[in-house]
Design a protein around this ligand. Structure first.
Ligand SMILES: [Zn+2]
Length: 84
């Protein structure tokens, strides 16, 4: 997956395919279960909940979201290595 170039400085704080700022995606948090929200808080980088839901789909099990978060964390780690 390719991440969009952030549109603003604020948007750089979260990995978002659309490059949107926090106020755009924060409402999507409500659509995730408390366990998934907790997992996002503990992720190795900020993941946009809107992108997570769009990628996995709505009304999926927490395990599906966890798998997607882990895949993105792995991707992020790999991209950091490639940049250097
Ligand atoms: Zn997003």
């Amino acid at each position: 997956m390719r991440w969009a170039k952030p549109k603003t400085m604020d948007a750089e704080q979260v990995r978002c395919m659309l490059g949107d700022e926090g106020h755009v995606w924060i409402g999507w948090m409500d659509r995730l279960s408390p366990a998934v929200r907790e997992r996002l808080r503990n992720a190795s980088f900020n993941i946009c909940p809107a992108c997570l839901i769009m990628k996995v789909g709505r009304k999926h099990s927490d395990a599906d979201y966890f798998r997607c978060i882990e895949a993105w964390e792995e991707e992020e780690r790999n991209s950091i290595v490639e940049d250097k």
